[in-house]
Design a protein around this ligand. Structure first.
Ligand SMILES: *Cc1c(COP(=O)(O)O)cnc(C)c1O
Length: 466
């Protein structure tokens, strides 16, 4: 007599808990109810001598962790720049773990490598980037910036006759690095990883929306050419400022290229504007750059951790990241490990492919445009409240609001996080305290936006009533 095999109880427990979590998102507060110390206390004990049943382990974890979970995938979560999770991408993520493919070699996982190839083709098409570019499936925007800038470092030094992979940086011609005043911190950290120093860059002035000023870039490059004729140069632009959502102007690419620079674009969430016909103008010109960093776990709504390092010249990426060893089964064609800093890693193509397949071109355009439309509604309705100012030009998914002075803004931000209906996060932008609203979750609908605005209005009233 044969029975269909039962799935392991631990997996059934996990699926049940995952469903319960997802089903709770519409009604539960965004807040965690337990802080880090409380969650730790619920689990803290000496390392057990005896093991436990896998299903019991899952139950124990769910019971202890759930009160300490922040509802990041909630439609009312507008903190930092996060992004939700599409069903297909979540399911593909579960399979990625179950299949447990090591995505380093073509021979090690034909499926892992093949799906990355298809996802690469679709991604470049969706983002209107050169179809011959190479993509490294990395952990996030930080590593995408690092990976792309490693390719940049390779290429500009190779042009100057220096092999940085073989000989390192000691004695190398010093590259000039140019960054915008409102670059993301991960750009500085990537430069630090690369031995280029996080504080040696020339900082190019930005305008009142955080956009790098082309005239200031031209001036900085011209001065650099005077001081160091023909030296290797890297210019880092940004698509999507975390405060304003603004995009550096595409004309900066041509200016930088005139001075022989490699142009890298940090487009962690902004690059996706290119997928929406109504927003594509924001990225105009940036497709002419040499490399682009973006996230799949933000705007594309793929689970963590998923970033994309896109390099127009595959040889530069492979030179910077490739390695060969006798014990590997390597191909004439570049293995996936030649596009990323990792050696062994999970097969990140499955989730990216699934999200793009679920959405299609139209669905992706509608999702991105929907984020921007929700942001525009936040801006409209919040600006109509008494003593509330929207401080940025809302062109994309980011809205920064200020209340009656920094003290009130900080009080509202703190009270809103405590109240828990919605998360919007505090920041300082252009010398002013702001509350930042970032829309990047496919789950967010009109009702979520209305509930978030109502909660903010209520909290503002309470703060003003003292
Ligand atoms: C989020 C972000 C990053 C870093 O991406 P991670 O995925 O968090 O590593 C870099 N640049 C910008 C503009 C971002 O918004």
């Amino acid at each position: 007599m044969s029975h269909a095999p039962q799935p392991p109880r631990a997996l059934a427990e996990a699926a049940t808990a995952a469903h319960a979590w997802l089903a709770s998102l519409d009604t539960r507060p965004v807040n965690a109810t337990h802080d880090v110390d409380q969650v730790e206390a619920a689990l803290a004990r000496p390392f057990p001598q005896q093991g436990a049943d896998p299903a019991d382990v899952v139950r124990e974890l769910v019971a202890a962790a759930t009160p300490g979970l922040v509802a990041t995938p909630s439609g009312r979560y507008f903190g930092w720049v996060r992004g939700g999770v599409l069903d297909s991408a979540l399911a593909a993520d579960w399979l990625t773990a179950a299949w447990d493919q090591n995505a380093s070699l073509l021979a090690g996982s034909p499926a892992g490598a093949a799906v990355e190839r298809v996802a690469t083709t679709w991604l470049l098409d969706a983002l209107h980037l050169p179809p011959t570019a190479a993509v490294g499936f990395v952990t996030g925007g930080q590593m995408a910036n690092f990976t792309c800038l490693a390719a940049a470092r390779h290429a500009v030094l190779a042009r100057a006759g220096w092999d940085v992979e073989r000989d390192g940086l000691l004695g190398a011609p010093a590259p000039g690095v140019f960054v915008g005043a409102e670059r993301h911190v991960t750009v500085d950290l990537a430069l630090r990883y690369l031995g280029l120093g996080q504080s040696r860059s020339v900082v190019v002035a930005a305008d009142d929306q955080g956009r790098l000023r082309p005239d200031a870039l031209e001036q900085a490059l011209a001065a650099d050419e005077q001081g160091h004729p023909g030296r290797p140069r890297i210019v880092v632009l940004q698509a999507g400022d975390v405060h304003s959502g603004a995009f550096d102007p595409g004309e900066a690419v041509a200016i930088a290229h005139r001075y022989g620079a490699w142009v890298h674009v940090d487009g962690a969430f902004g690059l996706w504007a290119a997928a929406s016909p109504r927003h594509r103008h924001l990225t105009a010109g940036l497709e002419g750059a040499d490399s682009w960093a973006t996230d799949a776990h933000k705007t594309l709504n793929v689970p963590y951790d998923s970033g994309l390092a896109i390099v127009a010249d595959p040889a530069a990426l492979h030179a910077a990241m490739g390695e060969r060893a006798a014990y590997l089964i390597q191909d004439e064609r570049p293995d996936p490990l030649a596009a990323v800093p990792e050696f062994s890693r999970r097969a990140r193509g499955f989730t990216v492919w699934a999200a793009l397949r679920e959405l299609g071109r139209d669905g992706l355009a509608a999702m991105v445009a929907g984020f921007a439309d929700h942001a525009a509604r936040f801006a409209r309705e919040l600006a109509a409240l008494d003593g509330v100012t929207v401080v940025n030009d809302v062109v994309y998914t980011q809205v920064c609001v200020a209340f009656r002075g920094d003290v009130e803004t900080r009080a509202v931000a703190a009270a809103l996080l405590r109240e828990g209906t919605t998360w919007m996060t505090p920041s300082t932008w252009r010398g002013r305290s702001v509350l930042r609203v970032s829309v990047s979750n496919a789950r967010t609908d009109d009702d979520d936006v209305a509930r978030a605005i109502a909660a903010l209005t209520r909290v503002l009233g309470e703060v003003r009533a003292g």
